[in-house]
Design a protein around this ligand. Structure first.
Ligand SMILES: [Zn+2]
Length: 312
């Protein structure tokens, strides 16, 4: 079964033609230059045409379009209810009509974290497992849960806002309106503020870094910079608290950890495993925590299960 798959990331838009669990053609567009989805649509259309040509099929051969979007999506209508600073104009765009007019295809829109979990369940590290929680560490912290082989969506498409679980009731203000969300304490967008507010920041090598991101943080921490080491420990503690919250909420068979920050899995995973073994209430035994296996393509490979799923 062929389909078009689009993954709207914060800094890039992944576009692909898929055939079941196989990506036939794929390209990533830079979206860091704009916050408007409408301004990207011509480039997406041109890219999709080229990808169809490369794959040797036409739009009419495709079942539909699956679109992963970083925001809150109403499950039945596919309406974009909320965005967080990126693609704010998406709420007012009629994307269904746009895809119908340009490619003659129906579109189904899904939250990007949930679409990534669908992809991992269909073709990756969660294949054959019915109860899964996925946590994605990147610019934000994505969360998605699957129970009995079905995505948990909730009434308004908010389940589960994994990165917006509060881990510190006197913590930092989050973009969602809450206080002390895991995202506000330890995600790509909040890390520069967390680091700058740390005692001794001015004398740390972090203060001279062009960009305070997780790659820099982990590198300087390994080199022995005391502030970088302390901020790293803080982030690991936040993610640990967050993942225990998700385990207690959903009782999964496995927890998958994905996202760009997991390039440092050798640092993150042992810490989280130790914390979960010690603090999560899993009276039945030990929980399996694994890195996601499709770091760049999970959401794209969620296309077929999304398009063929009946949403009650
Ligand atoms: Zn929040």
């Amino acid at each position: 079964m062929f389909a078009l798959s689009i993954d709207m990331g914060g800094s890039h838009v992944g576009c692909a033609v898929v055939n079941d669990a196989q990506i036939l053609s794929h390209r990533s567009l830079d979206s860091s230059v704009t916050t408007s989805l409408e301004s990207l649509l011509p480039a997406i259309a041109a890219t999709v045409r080229e990808l169809l040509s490369q794959a040797g099929i036409s739009a009419a051969d495709c079942t539909g379009v699956a679109l992963g979007f970083p925001g809150i999506i109403e499950p039945r209508s596919g309406r974009i209810l909320a965005t967080l600073k990126k693609y704010e104009d998406a709420k007012d765009l009629d994307l269904s009509s746009w895809w119908k007019d340009y490619f003659g295809l129906e579109v189904r829109i899904e939250n990007d974290a949930r679409m990534a979990l669908l992809g991992e369940h269909y073709a990756g590290a969660a294949r054959g497992i019915r109860d899964v929680v996925m946590m994605t560490l990147g610019t934000g912290i994505g969360g998605a849960a699957m129970m009995l082989g079905r995505l948990v969506r909730g009434t308004h498409g908010q389940a589960c806002l994994g990165g917006h679980l509060p881990v510190h009731y006197r913590g930092r203000a989050c973009v969602c309106g809450n206080i002390g969300c895991a995202e506000a304490e330890a995600a790509g967008w909040s890390l520069p503020n967390v680091a700058r507010e740390w005692t001794g920041f001015e004398s740390s090598a972090l203060a001279d870094a062009k960009q305070v991101d997780f790659r820099t943080l982990f590198r300087l921490s390994t080199e022995g910079d005391p502030v970088a080491m302390a901020v790293k420990e803080h982030c690991l503690a936040i993610w640990s608290a967050n993942v225990v919250g998700l385990i207690h909420a959903y009782d999964p068979t496995i927890v998958l950890l994905g996202g760009g920050v997991m390039k440092s899995a050798e640092i993150i995973l042992p810490h989280l495993r130790r914390h979960v073994a010690k603090h999560a209430w899993t009276a039945w035994g030990s929980l399996d925590m694994r890195p996601a296996s499709l770091p760049d393509t999970a959401a794209l490979l969620g296309a077929i299960p999304l398009l063929t799923e009946e949403i009650p």
